[in-house]
Ligand binder design. Structure first.
Ligand code: OSB
Ligand code: MG
Length: 371
C-alpha cells in the first residue's frame, strides 16, 4: 500500500450553542467553539478530525485561537511537505513543535481516519479493539441540587449505565450518599476538576463513604504528591484527568501512586498514537482506563468510541448521545445511545463524516491549505 499523501486540508472554525449551560466550579460553558478538519489524500479519501480546545484556557492552556495559529503556521505546512506510511510518522514530523496537543491531535485523527479507510477496516478494528457495544455514561454539570436530581432521574430513565457528578468543596457528601443509594444499578463517578487543596483534604475524605466508583482529579494537575497522600487515606480510587498529558505523566502516576485509574482524552495527550502508547503501558501495569469527554461533537466522539473498544478500557466513559448537548450534531451519522450502549460503526475509517449542511450554519471562518 502506498504512502498517504495529503493534497488539501480544510479547517472549519464553528460556534454552536449548547442546549443547556454546562457548569463546573471552573467555568460555565454556554456555547462550544471548535475547529473541525477535513483532509483529502491523493486517492480521494477524506479524513476528519476535531480540535477539542475551548474558547478560553480554563481547562488546559490551549484555546481555539492558539490551536488555529499552530495549525496554520506550523502543523499543516509541515505535514503537507511529507508522505506517511503509518500515522505515527506524523508524530515524528511534528515533534519540532512543543506541546499544542489538542491542535496536533486533530490532524493526527484525520490521518488515522484515512489510514483505516485505506486498510478498508473500521478504525476500532485497525487499533485492535473488540466489536462489543460501548457502555454509555453521561455528565451532570448543573448549578443547583434540585436540577441535579431532575437530571439524574432523566439520565437513569434514558438507560445510561453511569452518571458523573461534578463535585467541589461546596457539595454535600451526605446528600450525595443518600442519592447514590437510591440507584443501586447505576455507577456514579465524581469529578472535582482540581477543586480540593491541602487545606480541604478533610472535605474530600467525606466523599469516601458516598459510594462513588471513583473520584476524578481531586487536586490540581500540579499537586500529584498531595493526591498520593490523600489516596492513601481513602478507599475510593482516584482517576487523573488534567494531570495526564503524556506517557511520562502516567509513569509518574504509577510511581507516586497519586491515583489508580487513567482518564483518557486523546486531545489532551496529542492524539491517538500517544493514546495507544499509554494504553499499552496501562495494560502492562494493570492500570484501568476510561474515556473522558470534552463537550465535543461527533467527530471527537467517534475517535473516543474507537479507543473505548480497547481491552484496557474498564469503565463506561463520557459517552452521551449527540442530542444531549446539541440540537444538531455536526456529523453524520449522529451518535445514538440505545439501552445505555453505543454500537461501533461498520464503516471503514472512524465512521463519521461532516454534515456540511449543519457545519455551514455554524461556521465562523474557513481556511484551505494545498500541498
Ligand atoms: O473534566 O471531564 C472534565 C468537559 C469539558 C472539560 C472537562 C471535562 C468535561 C466533562 C465531560 O466533564 C463532559 C462530556 O461528556 O463531554
Ligand atoms: Mg474531568
Amino acid at each position: 500500500m502506498g504512502n498517504i499523501q495529503i493534497k488539501r486540508v480544510t479547517l472549519y472554525h464553528v460556534r454552536v450553542p449548547l442546549k443547556r449551560p454546562f457548569t463546573t466550579h471552573l467555568q460555565e460553558v454556554l456555547d462550544r467553539e471548535s475547529i473541525l478538519i477535513e483532509m483529502l489524500d491523493d486517492q480521494g479519501n477524506i479524513g476528519v478530525g476535531e480540535c477539542v480546545a475551548f474558547s478560553s484556557p480554563w481547562y488546559t492552556e490551549e484555546t481555539v485561537e492558539t490551536a488555529w495559529l499552530a495549525l496554520e503556521n506550523w502543523i499543516i505546512p509541515a505535514m503537507l511537505k511529507q508522505t506517511f506510511a503509518y500515522p505515527n510518522e506524523l508524530d515524528h514530523c511534528l515533534s519540532f513543535i512543543k506541546r499544542n496537543h489538542m491542535a496536533k491531535s486533530a490532524v493526527n485523527h484525520a490521518l488515522w481516519d484515512i489510514y483505516a479507510q485505506k486498510q478498508q477496516k473500521p478504525l476500532w478494528q485497525v487499533i485492535g479493539g473488540s466489536s462489543r457495544p460501548i457502555e454509555a455514561g453521561v455528565v451532570v454539570a448543573v448549578t443547583s441540587e434540585a436540577e441535579m436530581y431532575v437530571d439524574i432521574e432523566s439520565a437513569v430513565s434514558s438507560g445510561y449505565k453511569r452518571i458523573k457528578l461534578k463535585i467541589s468543596e461546596l457539595s454535600n457528601p451526605q446528600n450525595l450518599k443518600e442519592l447514590i443509594a437510591k440507584y443501586p444499578e447505576t455507577l456514579f463517578f465524581a469529578d472535582a476538576n482540581g477543586a480540593f487543596t491541602k487545606d480541604s483534604i478533610h472535605l474530600l475524605q467525606e466523599f469516601d463513604e458516598c459510594g462513588f466508583t471513583l473520584i476524578e482529579q481531586p487536586f490540581s494537575e500540579h499537586q500529584n504528591k498531595l493526591s498520593a497522600i490523600a489516596q492513601k487515606t481513602m478507599k475510593t480510587p482516584f482517576a487523573l484527568d488534567e494531570s495526564i498529558a503524556s506517557i511520562q505523566d502516567v509513569d509518574e502516576m504509577i510511581d507516586q501512586q497519586s491515583a489508580k485509574i487513567v482518564v483518557m482524552k486523546q486531545g489532551r495527550v496529542g492524539g491517538l498514537s500517544n493514546a495507544l502508547c499509554i494504553h499499552e503501558k496501562c495494560l502492562k501495569a494493570d492500570v484501568p482506563l476510561w474515556v473522558g469527554g470534552m463537550i465535543e461533537f461527533g467527530v471527537s466522539k467517534a475517535f473516543n468510541l474507537a479507543f473505548a473498544s480497547l481491552p484496557g478500557v474498564k469503565y463506561p466513559g463520557d459517552f452521551s448521545s449527540s442530542n444531549h448537548f446539541w440540537n444538531h450534531d455536526l456529523v453524520e451519522p449522529i451518535i445514538n445511545v440505545h439501552h445505555g450502549e453505543i454500537q461501533l460503526p461498520k464503516l471503514h475509517g472512524v465512521g463519521v463524516k461532516l454534515n456540511h449542511k449543519i457545519v455551514d450554519q455554524y461556521e465562523v471562518r474557513r481556511k484551505l491549505f494545498y500541498a
